[in-house]
Design a protein around this ligand. Structure first.
Ligand SMILES: O=C(O)c1ccccc1NCC(=O)[C@H](O)[C@H](O)COP(=O)(O)O
Length: 269
């Protein structure tokens, strides 16, 4: 069984338990759900240069614990201070040590930058949970869904005002995607069997994606020259977790990476 299958199985159990503990009607009465309009992730990624989705990630299946002590609100505030375009918050508990509470804490400290719930979404209930803790957007992993589920979850998220970053790992995942519906596509560079990362996976897959779709490269990114190469090949955004999580000040690490990439681009011009 692949790690993705394992995580999806665990998520199915978790969602069943949560539905019993907290009915949808209760989530729909939470202040973030009733009183707050979600921000647009699509708009936040429309900058002229490379956009940065900065991740708040304590641990991962490939690396174990990455950051200890882990202070989600402080990390997010540092990202905001240094100009992150959006923040991805891992909420999956069993494999990434994330939580919905972390997202709610971050929302309480970050008003104007979109927050994406990064989890393994398989059920519309999780979209309502996302809204109830103050998320603006969600990740939908095409690899873990069939075409009908993907279309249905995307529509349900849109109906709730949540933007979607649709993620693929392989070229044949594109067969499931309706590009009249999907406006931001992420390609994950991590091989789910070996955990190795290959940035060229993004470039290979984006060649087959319509021009008007926003393009985000995900995982294993830390080298400024690679960011320049991705930008020169039409990639609009990057999703970066581990590199920032290992820095003393994650926002400063964002600033440094962005400045180094700008310098390389200027030298090449
Ligand atoms: O990070 C993992 O080990 C992992 C394993 C299996 C499925 C997903 C996984 N990560 C989720 C992500 O997509 C990353 O957190 C995200 O792209 C940031 O990657 P990185 O910059 O390498 O932390």
């Amino acid at each position: 069984m692949s790690i993705l299958d394992q995580i999806i199985d665990d998520t199915r159990e978790l969602v069943a338990t949560r539905k019993k503990e907290t009915p949808v009607q209760e989530l729909e009465q939470r202040p973030f759900y009733t009183d707050r309009e979600p921000l647009s992730l699509v708009e936040a990624l429309k900058s002229r240069g490379m956009s940065f989705i900065c991740e708040v990630k304590k641990a991962s299946p490939s690396k174990g614990v990455i950051r200890e002590p882990f202070r989600p609100a402080q990390i997010a505030q540092s990202y905001v201070k240094h100009g992150a375009n959006a923040i991805s918050v891992l909420t999956e508990p069993n494999h990434f040590q994330g939580s919905l509470q972390n997202l709610a804490w971050i929302r309480a400290h970050v008003e104007d930058v979109p927050l994406m719930r990064k989890d393994f979404i398989i059920d519309p209930y999780q979209l309502v949970e996302a809204r109830a803790v103050g998320a603006d957007a969600v990740l939908l992993i095409a690899t873990a869904l069939d075409a009908r589920q993907l279309r249905h979850l995307h529509q349900a998220a849109t109906d709730l005002g949540l933007d979607c970053l649709v993620e693929v790992y392989a070229l044949d995942d594109l067969d499931k995607i309706d590009f009249d519906q999907v406006s931001i596509l992420g390609v994950n560079n991590r091989d789910l069997n070996t955990f190795e990362v290959d940035v060229d996976n993004s470039l290979r897959i984006f060649e087959h994606v319509p021009r008007n779709v926003g393009r985000v490269s995900e995982s294993g990114l830390s080298d400024p020259a690679t960011l320049v190469r991705l930008r020169q090949n039409g990639v609009n955004g990057v999703l970066i977790g581990e590199h920032f999580m290992r820095a003393e000040d994650p926002g400063q690490a964002l600033d440094d990476l962005r400045n180094e990439a700008k310098e390389i681009a200027m030298q090449q011009a």
